[in-house]
Design a protein around this ligand. Structure first.
Ligand code: BGP
Length: 493
């Protein structure tokens, strides 16, 4: 069976992990540029770099949290993977040609907000940055590839993080609205497919939305989230006003989730966790309002969100056209009565190993059937078109002297996941419209800042110390995906 006509086969990237050129062409720094290679998963106190009157500098430690390795300033003696990333900025023509060779119909990328507005809130935009993306989109058009553009992929401007505490502040929302107006107008006719906020359900900390006290301060987290929802709704509404042909999706990290057993306590624990971590975000962006369980949770914890007149209406007007999501793994949840997390609903639980599944080197459970399960669950709940905008396996690839990489494990992973997509369409009738696997070309890992965790079908010569000449070469999976895409999904062997 071939996939439906017009199915959007492609690949996905994000500027903060791929583009590089971090202060070239008038670009300003974003939070990702202040996160040294290493570990974005744990947090440590924020450090500030202060200029003293005698011309020296002192580093002071604040009580706030940033990812370990982040400093909220750029230290010239440290290595920051995002500064060059894998250098799309200088290789975009070559990369787009490779994507066209692989039969891409669609290419997911993000606009770097600070390439357009270097501080995020400047009066005048950076024309050189705007021109860069225009050239990229024109080339996509020439090659017959639809750009799918994320407006904000873990990309808060450093200035807005430092001076305004990122998305906690209304100022950041207003700056984002100006940025949206500008790019939606400028690229009218060149881009028709947009995503608003990447993985909005994991946003909330310094790395992805510039908020310093995200872990310890739920009030801040919820306020930032409200602003992100309003921002997303604004983008949808404006995209439709500016060009009736625009199609706008949300973006949620949506792994499969299972109760560990048929013990009703495990089942409830899973329901509460899945609802809080995934469905809530879709409910707001597809239906246009906070669901009752969230309203009750906020009431019960005494959290009052500061809103402005018109916010609630905007949320209802800016509901999305399609549901797009990342899918990497599944999790199994077990109720844990002995775990006291202060009575916070949904948190007295434990993620446990699923004995039926294998894991990647980074501990992510490989679960192709989980993808079919998730596709069905989302389709049943919302009945709007779905798109998988991230999926893939992080592997340590070894480049052979002739430039190739024998990445059979990646081919197996792709084949098994595409098969379950096919079943979801053919047997279950799910309206799945596109598939853009993650990191179609090697890029920096968001979770760990590593280069050695590679997802690409195209190898890029760059390592964890920043060595390598950025040369590109085709992995074995390149030829496999080319065949799959070229046959519209009919040939998976
Ligand atoms: C998602 C992000 C991506 C990406 C991917 C893989 O959460 O949207 O930016 O990086 O996960 O994660 P990692 O890079 O940590 O392997």
């Amino acid at each position: 069976m071939a996939f439906p006509d017009g199915f959007l086969w492609g690949g996905a990237t994000a500027a903060n992990q791929y583009e590089g050129g971090w202060i070239e062409g008038g670009k300003g720094p974003a939070v990702a540029d202040a996160i040294a290679g290493g570990n974005n998963l744990t947090h440590e106190p924020r450090k500030l770099w202060v200029d003293l009157p005698d011309g020296t500098r002192e580093v002071i430690t604040m009580g706030q949290e940033v990812p370990a390795g982040a400093t909220a300033y750029i230290d010239p003696d440290r290595y920051y993977p995002s500064h060059d990333a894998t250098d799309f900025y200088h290789h975009w023509r070559e990369d787009l040609a490779l994507f066209a060779e692989m039969n891409f119909k669609c290419f997911r990328m993000s606009i770097n907000w600070t390439r357009v507005f270097p501080h995020g809130d400047d009066e005048i935009p950076n024309e050189e940055g705007l021109k860069f993306y225009e050239d990229v989109f024109r080339e996509c058009k020439r090659l017959g590839i639809e750009p799918l553009v994320t407006l904000d992929h873990f990309d808060c401007p450093l200035h807005l993080a430092d001076e305004y505490d990122g998305w906690v502040s209304r100022h950041t929302l207003e700056a984002f609205e100006r940025y949206c107006d500008l790019v939606l107008t400028r690229y009218k006719g060149l881009v028709h497919w947009w995503l608003t906020i990447n993985e909005i359900n994991v946003c909330g900390d310094y790395f992805n939305c510039g908020v310093h006290e995200a872990k310890s301060n739920k009030q801040h987290r919820e306020q930032a989230l409200w602003h992100l929802f309003v921002a997303s709704a604004y983008a949808v509404k404006r995209a439709h006003e500016i060009d009736a042909d625009n199609r706008v999706g949300l973006m949620i990290a949506h792994g499969a989730s299972y109760p560990y057993s048929c013990n009703p306590e495990d089942v409830w624990c899973e329901l509460e966790n899945n609802r809080g971590f995934r469905w809530f975000y879709g409910d707001v962006q597809v239906r246009g309002y906070y669901p009752s369980y969230k309203v009750k949770e906020l009431e019960c914890e005494g959290i009052a969100i500061a809103k402005e007149p018109g916010d609630d209406e905007l949320l209802r007007e800016g509901t999305v056209d399609f549901y797009s999501f990342s899918y990497y793994f599944s999790e199994a949840l077990k109720a844990d009565a002995n775990r006291d997390l202060g009575g916070v609903p949904g948190l007295n639980k434990k993620g446990v190993e699923n004995p039926y599944l294998r894991k990647t080197d980074w501990g992510w459970a490989i679960d192709p059937l989980g993808l079919r399960i998730v596709l069905n669950q989302i389709w049943d709940r919302y009945q709007i078109p779905l798109m998988i905008v991230e999926n893939g396996i992080g592997l340590i690839d070894e480049k052979l002297p002739d430039g190739t990489v024998e990445d059979d494990a990646r081919i197996d992973y792709m084949r098994e996941h595409i098969k379950t997509m096919r079943d979801a369409i053919e047997i279950d009738g799910v309206d799945l419209i596109g598939y853009t696997p993650w990191g179609c070309i090697d890029i920096v890992s968001a979770g760990t800042g590593e280069m050695r965790k590679r997802y690409g079908f195209i190898y890029v010569d760059r390592d964890d110390e920043g060595k390598g000449d950025f040369s590109r070469s085709r992995k074995k999976s390149f030829y496999y995906m080319k065949k799959v895409y070229g046959s519209n999904g009919a040939d998976l062997e």
